[in-house]
Design a protein around this ligand. Structure first.
Ligand SMILES: [Zn+2]
Length: 495
């Protein structure tokens, strides 16, 4: 039986879209800022209480708090319950214990009754984010422990690296989530305790079921801009489908990637913007150092610089994200199957050291270069390919740049220069990146299950659903290379 690739996007999938929020009244924006501030407070209190419980259990033992067991759990369920206590049962035993503890000192004289005027679900969802932050930390911690490399301490507060941080007002972009029961009506959305606001955006998934919304304040402090990231449940008929057939290999390098058809995808590079970001970073560091030396909060100017820096970084991120979207879309439109090298962080750092058993990994596997590749957009593009393309195959990165795509001869001397490939056995010449991409494609195709007949044609069949109108059997008479180009071209791609 021939194994066909699963028909793509046959089930409902989650997709996100970003909208600019337009408020009818200025008071609505102020209320949103208040909710975001309340979420920050809830985060900080819950985190401080978790730390208190941790300290107590270290000092007293888990079951020895005057007969009361100490609940150290940091699950969403438990943290959510604690939030409910905080909001409505200020006489709860643990709340009083917390307020009397050194960790709760800051909050002792604070009137928390105003939390009741804030929407319940968004505030409670802060507990989910905190629980997630703990989960991430525990994972990193456990990995470091199993590898015998301690995490090290953070300079700012002496806590282990990766441990959840207290939130400060101007540290990061403020926001909150509407975790469920999202009400939308055309281009309008309802924010609990705020009211209806207008959303501005492409509305690609308008009409689909919104599952969750994250609301964020971006822009600068003087000119805040609010955005809604709406997560939709999108049925298959609303999803853009990937190409039905075809396969390409992709060779990823610093600054650009090349596919096996010779198409080059360049990552956006803006030295001017990078220079600006570096200058702002220096200014921000100076102002932070000054405030620390004087023991005063960061100056207004320092805060303004922080806001400008965030704005520039967002611009850079948007630009990279946009390129990743365009590249992954183009690849998914070109071919059903995309084969890439498995550039795993751990493998790369291992091979950077170099092993005698695994030679030939010396071109792409140098640590510095690897880091550059990681920094490039390819991780992001890969994640997008995962949901846009029909299927993504990963192959080990060894030898791909030294192998001749025409005859299979492997040798360092094949690659004359960074850009040029010339086989010393058969004389085949090609662009080095494209040659590598073709090797990657070849390796990927070898992973596909063998159907009947000899490898190549059967594999090609496996790639080709044959159900398409216009799909014919003529490919079998062609050579592999021609077949690849002729029959694996998706119908109507025009590329
Ligand atoms: Zn050759």
């Amino acid at each position: 039986m021939t194994t066909l690739p699963a028909k793509p996007h046959s089930t409902t999938e989650n997709r996100a879209e970003r909208y600019r929020i337009r408020f009818d009244k200025r008071a609505h924006a102020a209320k949103c800022a208040q909710i975001a501030g309340a979420c920050r407070l809830v985060w900080n209190i819950l985190l401080a209480d978790c730390e208190r419980r941790y300290r107590l259990s270290r000092e007293l033992g888990i079951d020895d708090n005057g007969g009361h067991p100490i609940d150290k759990s940091v699950s969403f369920f438990t943290l959510g319950k604690r939030f409910t206590d905080l909001r409505s049962r200020s006489d709860a035993a643990w709340v009083r214990d917390f307020m009397d503890s050194p960790q709760g000192k800051r909050y002792r004289d604070m009137d928390l009754s105003w939390l009741r005027d804030m929407p319940y679900a968004p505030l409670r969802y802060t507990a989910k984010y905190l629980a997630d932050a703990y989960t991430r930390f525990f994972k990193v911690w456990a990995e470091a422990k199993s590898e015998g490399t301690p995490l090290g301490r953070r300079q700012s507060d002496g806590k282990p690296k990766g441990f959840p941080k207290y939130r400060k007002k101007f540290d990061r972009d403020d926001g909150f989530a509407i975790p469920g029961d999202v009400r939308m009506d055309g281009d309008r959305m309802h924010i609990p305790k705020v009211g209806w606001v207008r959303l501005e955006g492409s509305g690609l998934y308008r009409g689909c079921k919104p599952k969750q919304v994250r609301i964020r304040k971006e822009g600068t402090e003087d000119r805040p801009k609010w955005y809604a990231y709406v997560f939709y449940e999108v049925p298959p008929d609303h999803l853009k489908q990937p190409a039905w057939t075809g396969a390409i290999g992709l060779d990823r390098n610093v600054g650009q990637a090349t596919d096996s058809d010779g198409e080059v995808y360049e990552t956006p590079d803006d030295p001017q913007l990078e220079g600006k970001i570096k200058r702002k970073e220096r200014k921000k560091a100076k102002s932070l150092a000054r405030s620390k030396a004087n023991g005063k909060p960061v100056s207004n100017r320092g805060r303004r610089i922080g806001g400008q820096l965030k704005k520039l970084k967002r611009k850079q991120k948007r630009r990279r994200e946009n390129a990743a979207h365009q590249h992954s879309r183009k690849m998914a439109d070109t071919a059903h199957t995309v084969v890439i090298e498995d550039l795993d962080i751990k493998d790369m750092t291992k091979s950077a050291k170099g092993t005698v058993e695994e030679p030939g990994k010396n071109v792409k596997q140098k640590a510095g270069l690897n880091r550059e590749i990681l920094k490039s957009n390819w991780g992001r593009t890969e994640r997008m390919l995962d949901y846009k393309a029909g299927q993504v195959l990963k192959v080990p990165p060894a030898y791909t740049s030294q192998t001749c795509a025409a005859c299979g001869h492997v040798g360092k001397e094949n690659r004359k220069t960074q850009a040029h490939f010339r086989c010393t056995a058969c004389g085949h010449t090609a662009n080095a990146d494209r040659n590598a991409a073709q090797n990657i494609l070849e390796q990927g195709l070898a992973l596909l299950p063998k159907a009947r007949g000899n490898g190549a044609s059967a594999r090609r069949e496996a790639l080709d659903p044959c159900l398409l109108p216009g799909a014919t059997g003529k490919s079998t008479s062609m050579t592999r290379e021609q077949g690849m180009l002729a029959t694996l071209e998706p119908p109507g791609s025009g590329a």
